[in-house]
Design a protein around this ligand. Structure first.
Ligand code: FAD
Length: 276
């Protein structure tokens, strides 16, 4: 299918991009890798009159492993996977990114697009919630940070204002010896999750998040607390009490609830086995 007509903009600085976004208002959308937005436009589920391509903005690129880990919004999923320093500092990021779609999508799809999109099927939002990441946003009024755990409101509705651009993601270093796992069940290679679970367990606590099991990613504080106390069954029960899957072509809600429990139990077992 063919998308509706649109005007293409390619700003070279963040200031130009936020300026265009405020000036053009509701009629404009930013374009990152285009692997969620362009299919939506082809299906005519999105019909922006202006696309503001972020590809030429150097400030949105790059990965820096310092006091925090900073991932620029326009870093592709493939760049994230290939970055050795990042894989050493936070291996869960790489493990989850490798389960997104297929190499073709990962060469173009960006980390910023994945977390800003607001699609409950995206893998990185739950992952970022599990890791306690923060998102940097820039708009006409300046910059601000929002915790990933506070960012997702409902499907395609996030804390990002229409005139803000997500510029990067800040991930705290996991404590030494932290066990981690991302477990995802999908119908075939390249598919979104039927159910997925992200888990970290360290000496200072545990964290649990679930993907594609509600209208937003679910970070379960109660599951993390149960897991930190050594109660894996309690953690699974607590997380399952917070999800709200629906029936669709990936199966009925009851089946997804079952798969969610299996994925989370596997993630817990693997994370525990990896604790240092
Ligand atoms: P785009 O499509 O360009 O943008 C997506 C949305 O986010 C748009 O509304 C855009 O305006 C907004 N946006 C993008 N960047 C910013 C920014 N910096 N600031 C503010 N708003 C922004 N994803 C998964 O997680 N798991 C999967 O298993 C998976 N499977 C896929 C399979 C196929 C066949 C395809 C085509 C895609 C799949 N995806 C999957 C989606 C893919 O990962 C996308 O690349 C990702 O969801 C969006 O990233 P993007 O860079 O392509 O963003």
């Amino acid at each position: 299918m063919i998308p509706g007509a649109f005007e293409y903009h390619r700003p070279e600085t963040l200031g130009e991009a936020t300026g265009l976004l405020s000036q053009l208002g509701d009629s404009a959308r930013v374009l990152a890798g285009g692997h969620s937005l362009i299919p939506m436009m082809k299906l005519r589920m999105a019909a922006p009159e202006h696309l503001i391509d972020l590809a030429a903005i150097a400030d949105l690129r790059g990965i820096a492993v310092g006091d925090d880990i900073r991932i620029g919004a326009m870093v592709t999923q493939a760049e994230l996977i290939a970055h050795d320093g990042l894989a050493a500092a936070c291996p869960l990021l790489r493990e989850a990114a490798l389960q997104i779609a297929d190499p073709q999508v990962r060469y173009v799809g960006t980390v910023g697009g994945n977390v800003a999109n607001g699609d409950p099927g995206n893998d990185m939002p739950g992952l970022m919630q599990c890791l306690g990441a923060r998102y940097s946003l820039a708009g006409p009024g300046g910059t601000r940070e929002v915790a990933a755990r506070d960012f997702y409101i409902s499907a395609y509705e996030t804390a990002r204002a229409d005139d803000e651009i997500l510029t990067g993601i800040l991930v705290p270093h996991p404590a030494p010896g932290t066990g981690y796992a991302y477990e995802k069940q999908k119908r075939k290679i390249g598919d979104y999750a039927t159910a997925a679970a992200a888990v970290t367990i360290g000496r200072n606590g545990a964290s649990v998040a679930m993907t594609n099991l509600a209208d937003r990613p679910i970070w379960s504080e109660a599951a993390g607390k149960a897991l930190a106390a050594g109660d894996a069954a309690g953690a699974v029960a607590a997380a399952l009490a917070e999800i709200d899957p629906g029936d669709d072509n990936r199966g009925p809600a009851e089946f997804k609830r079952h798969v969610a429990g299996v994925m989370l139990r596997r993630a817990i077992d693997r994370a525990r086995a990896r604790m240092g």
